[in-house]
Ligand binder design. Structure first.
Ligand SMILES: NC(=O)c1ccc[n+]([C@@H]2O[C@H](COP(=O)([O-])OP(=O)(O)OC[C@H]3O[C@@H](n4cnc5c(N)ncnc54)[C@H](OP(=O)(O)O)[C@@H]3O)[C@@H](O)[C@H]2O)c1
Length: 305
């Protein structure tokens, strides 16, 4: 049985579905105040079976637990062969707690979903925290694998492209800071879930870090043109000069301390985010779908919701 930590996250439901489809038994660690309805409804709709909604499927269990409570984690690990960890690695305290508990068990295999944020050449407390978590994992005696994913898209809750498309559908425009020549390499959500499935029992991947991302870099502006094409909407692309926008946002942040947009976000947007994923190709035949194909699937999902 696999313990999935972070099953209610946007990637969690896809990962749980993948494991069930591949005849694994899954236990989901769930906080007592966590809402599992969305996850159960997703599984029921996918398998056209209400047993997931009614807690009656023999291959799926829910157990109460919180990473802040070592006892609850210890209890959740009974009869578990492997753990899949789907929570942002910026929470280093969670990682410390989990590694301490795992060290008291015979469980060795853990797959961690990390992020390519650690590769971006801009320093931040979040990046440092993720790096610290990775170092703790590397020092452990586990058979760990870390999958560093680039920007993930492809579900209604991805918070990236789905939010952008919903904004465009509502407002009819989109704003770009700078010329939009920066490169991005987003990964389709099913490719992330497949990677987790493929590495789980693959010993070649033990004690290794992999980057997983889309098959090729695309210019931000070309990404928007692809959205226009596939959405069938010639929405306005408003280009704002990056330096001026940064100065304006800096000023605005001084007035509004709760501003969602910060100057360093504008800096980060300008940076090329391209990655080498050949390690993943070599060790588990990583073969991501094209951005056009993934985006078409997401648009279909949004239109059908
Ligand atoms: N968004 C992206 O583009 C992107 C890119 C690369 C990698 N990722 C990775 O994708 C994963 C999911 O990201 P996310 O931002 O949706 O998730 P997140 O906010 O890091 O985690 C959400 C999940 O963690 C659970 N959780 C939080 N605190 C917990 C605790 N103390 N004890 C037990 N469970 C707890 C939540 O459960 P509740 O239901 O109780 O809230 C929920 O299932 C992360 O590993 C992230 O690094 C995302």
């Amino acid at each position: 049985m696999i313990l999935v930590i972070g099953a209610t996250s946007f990637i969690g439901q896809i990962v749980v579905r993948k494991f069930l489809e591949n005849n694994f038994s899954v236990r989901c660690l769930i906080r007592t105040d966590s809402n599992t309805e969305k996850l159960k409804a997703y599984l029921s709709s996918y398998f056209e079976d209400n047993s997931y909604l009614e807690n009656k499927n023999p291959n799926l269990e829910f157990t109460s637990g919180n990473l802040l409570s070592p006892d609850s984690i210890y209890h959740s690990l009974k009869n578990i062969e492997a753990v899949v960890y789907l929570i942002d690695l910026k929470y280093t305290n969670y990682i410390k707690g989990l590694l301490d508990v795992l060290a008291k068990t015979n469980i060795k295999r853990v797959v961690f979903l990390g992020s390519t944020t650690v590769l971006v050449p801009i320093e931040s407390p979040v990046k440092q925290a993720k790096i610290e978590s990775e170092k703790l994992i590397e020092k452990s005696n586990l058979d760990w694998t870390i999958l560093r994913a680039s920007m993930i898209y492809g579900s209604l809750d991805d918070g990236n492209f789905s939010s952008m498309i919903n904004f465009i559908l509502k407002k009819g425009y989109f704003v770009v800071f700078g010329k939009g020549n920066n490169l991005i390499q987003p990964i389709y959500i099913e490719d992330v879930a497949n990677s987790i499935l493929f590495v789980l029992k693959n010993k070649t991947t033990f004690k290794k870090i992999y980057t997983i991302c889309g098959p090729k870099p695309i210019k931000y502006i070309d990404m928007l043109k692809t959205v226009q094409l596939l959405l069938g909407r010639n929405f306005k692309i408003i280009k704002l000069p990056a330096k001026l926008s940064r100065a304006f946002v800096s000023l605005y942040c001084k007035i509004n301390k709760n501003s969602k947009l910060t100057p360093d976000m504008i800096d980060r947007i300008q940076i090329d985010k391209t990655y080498d994923f050949m390690g993943a190709v070599a060790d588990f035949n990583f073969n991501p779908i094209s951005f056009e194909e993934g985006l078409a699937k997401l648009i279909k999902l949004i239109k059908n919701q």
